[in-house]
Ligand binder design. Sequence first.
Ligand code: ATP
Ligand code: MN
Length: 463
Amino acid sequence: MAPARITRLLKEGQSGDQVEVRGWVRTRRDSKQGFSFIELNDGSCMANLQVVVDANVEGYESTIKDVSTGASVAVTGKLNESPGKGQRIELHADSLKLLGTADAQNYPLQKKRHSFEFLREIAHLRPRTNTFGAIARVRNAISSAIHNFFQERGFLYIQTPIITTSDCEGAGELFQVTTLDLVRLAKLQTEIDFTQDFFGKPASLTVSGQLEAEIYATSVGDCYTFGPTFRAENSNTTRHLAEFWMVEPEMPFYELNDNMALAEEFIRYVIRQVLETCPEDMEFFNLRIDKTVLETLNNITENDFIRLPYTEAITILEGSGQEFEYPVEWGRDLQSEHERFLTETHFKQPVILYDYPRTIKPFYMRCNDDDKTVRAMDVLVPRVGEIIGGSQREERLDVLTDRMTECQLDPDDYWWYLDLRRYGTVPHSGFGLGLERLVQLVTGMTNIRDCIPFPRTPKNAEF
Ligand code: ATP
Ligand code: MN
């Protein structure tokens, strides 16, 4: 029989219930009167179950000395009201079985607090800590809320390819996928012949599922992708990963304003649902990680986001009197410091910037009549900066073809994408949200590497 999970026992367990639990020992204290307290955790929640083991319990004598931090045990017994502070019930053991020891000399997770840097080096053990257990549960709750949001609205979940032969962002930050023998080719010093490669041409890991999502949006209607994306950007920041998860809704008949409204509603919905489903974990983040995280999240759920054209943001930044490391100038992309100034200092709430210069945005964004800007939108939030990037898509065949040429892309490579504009073209829009940036926002964690179980960054792909 499957053991009971501690989260359910702590909430619903009644005095007198006979239960079995299995989990990992957080701490053990022995009393002088000949019994022991075990703080047991099974990962189902932040709280431990207190287990009281009398010396006469079956298995006590032979095993108790090995029931140390990190060891795994199975306990059966009765729930009782707890006389101690901080818990409603405790478990009085009638049997104790040691499943696996954890040598106290070597177990890396002793009771003291460890730095996040150190924990990244032991990513195989860090989910056993309070912080990383909580992050795993909150990341799960966010993922579930993302599906709920779109499913409730009738969006189809579409799986787009991970291996691709088109570069959606046109930024060239691609991980190549090949079965060619690079070592042999290097020795031969010949030209690489991609017709000999697995796909007969250069292929890479996807940077976005958007172009394929557009195919489905203009066929079956509102849809979304939710999958891994890969960018070989050599940026060692606290907000970039080489492998991250992206949610990309794509909607026919949406113009930019509809797109902004959906993005705003989406972020709010997810935050509300996480606050509802993970109250203990969220309290922990607010207490231990960032004392302002709940305030920030409540502010987001209760107030409308600011909507501001890029050009006005530049005016605000130029007039701010603030010393920035990177210059502010119309036509340049905003840096994290600028985004944070707008959301944390100037407006003190999320901001949606739109109508960006077309020279800094990809080919597929819809051109405005001013000939200078495109219908792009970025959602900026406090602490994290950009969390969503999106746009209304260019639906006019001639304008799109011209833009491709301007961006030095060959329209022939995108024949199928252009077909969507040849046959029954419609206005449509969509956006991309980075899951780990949302986890960062919700948990208050400062480094994105702590918001995904096994981070991949330049020179690092362990585990
Ligand atoms: P940034 O300017 O912050 O590098 P971007 O403009 O390149 O991001 P988009 O192409 O607009 O990003 O991607 C959509 C979303 O995906 C971003 O808003 C962000 O939430 C997320 N994202 C993009 N790149 C990364 C990355 N390297 N690591 C984690 N998340 C990312
Ligand atoms: Mn962007």
